[in-house]
Design a protein around this ligand. Sequence first.
Ligand code: M6R
Length: 612
Amino acid sequence: MCGIVGYIGEDKAVDILLSGLKRLEYRGYDSAGIAVLNGGMQVSHAVGKVQQLADRVYRDWTPEFISATRLGIAHTRWATHGPPTENNAHPHLDQSGRIALVHNGIIENYSDLRQRLAAEGHTFSSDTDTEVLAHLIGEYFDGDLLSAVCGALRQVEGTFGIAAICVEQSDRMVVARRGSPIVIGLGDQETIVASDASAIVAHTDQVIYMDDDDVAVIERDGVDLRNIHNVPVSRQVSRIEWDAKAAEKGGFEHFMLKEIFEQPEALRNTIRGRLDLGRASAILSGLSLTSREMAEIQRVVLMGCGTSLHAAMIGEYFFEDLADLPADVEQAAEFRYRNPIIHSRDLAVAISQSGETADTLAAVREAKNKGALVAGVCNVVGSTIARETGLGVYLHAGPEIGVASTKAFTSQLLVLLMMALKFGRCRRLSRQSGEALCREIEQVPDLVQQVLQRNQQIAEIAAKYSAARDFFFVGRGYLYPAALEGALKLKEISYIHAEGYHAAELKHGPIALLHADVPVMALLCDVPGKEKTLGNVEECKARHAPVVAVATEGDRDAIRICEDVIEVPRTSTYLSPLVTVVAMQVFAYHVARLRGCEIDQPRNLAKSVTVE
Ligand code: M6R
């Protein structure tokens, strides 16, 4: 969603801020803005892309001004309070025009605060909650920006990641967070802050991940960390483990395509050092439970949203089949509001690529409140969910920039599989089965590579279906969640209306919609349930719906019955959703490309959904 960049140092702040915003474009936004200090406050906003903001800034501000400016803040806004207009774009100013603020998150009591400030004579030029916060900071300002920010934030309900600058203190910026990430990058005579490390990594790999209710004064040569009550706190300096190149397209037309093709390598990184052939188990050091503690867990609750929810659904099968552990899947928003029943011997597992999804984070807090042990399965190191859960396993898939989640999903599956293996070995799983599973997991990168080698063939099949208006995806067992994921991939990037269903559900309603213009993607890998899905395919054919199958290579039934077959290598049941989904990612990508869609930044979508 929204993105923040702030810079203070010896370099050209305007260039750094704009290139930082470009690195955050993937998060999804609809307007952008920048405020800098250089003999006074200069602010510029634009609706649309960062490039439009850059064009405006380089047109309106003189080269001398730009090259002499050393401090500023910038923002990409994904509209919540008020439409995407220049007035609503951040940065927002306080009443005096001497304090500028960028903000991610939502100020829930902004309406009350706005009324109070308006009664005191404040005038507002936007519909946003952020402008109210800027005015509130201005109210508290008596020469010290830090105390003003702390005072204002103590009045605020809701979530925020903010960066503020003021004319009176042009040697600093003040940042703060609650529920919306802020990362502080420590460079040589420069400090760069951002809502996400990808805007920082080109400058430094030394970062501080702020905690909730931390406030910091940022200067070019250091950081003074406080809490919201202006009391000093200390936070450790961490290292970003990937470099700027990892967040670039590297010759691919889209980030999504790059990330699809990166999967063999990402999966190798997910597995690296984690398989213990000696014990026929997995080594997951972040899941620091003793064998006895693992054996005592009575139920696993897997929580997530979107693609991560689909991974959770497959995880349910892993835990039940391999670890002999009852498992339940919870859509995170549903879990947080439903008053779920949780026991102290439950392990809640929050699955989130970003580690910042608002509903998943709230579900983590709810599960903790109710006494469950909570673990995170996150990709982004230092993310809120990763830190709040304490226990957990990182994906190590590298930065995922494309809005459509691809490599994070397959890495999530492998992490969940290794977790189930580890739990299984403390319970009922035999050494022999554990060893066989370890060997299979080792093969996964190669299996995925084999799917990717069919890219051209999948592209040709995709071309036949790229004009479809509706699409159904069906599967059973492990391939049921895979069908949901295939449909999600297609709809989010190609805008084709796509529905994922359990194959058995077709007869309970959806079959009414089938006809010659409504193709069906049938997941037909050679796993239990295949024969029955084949029967459902026959029913689709009887309604003249064209059927594309994802099937095990050489599958004669699929070739005989279906119009088109995307072949994937033979795997065990456990790995069948993994190879199937990779094939559907490639399919969705080519359909979207042929339809001329904005693949990396689909309309209305944000990479990380940090508001409800
Ligand atoms: O960062 P998370 O894994 O928590 O994100 C959850 C969903 O927002 C995300 O998977 C979303 O559904 C993707 N656009 C799917 O491709």
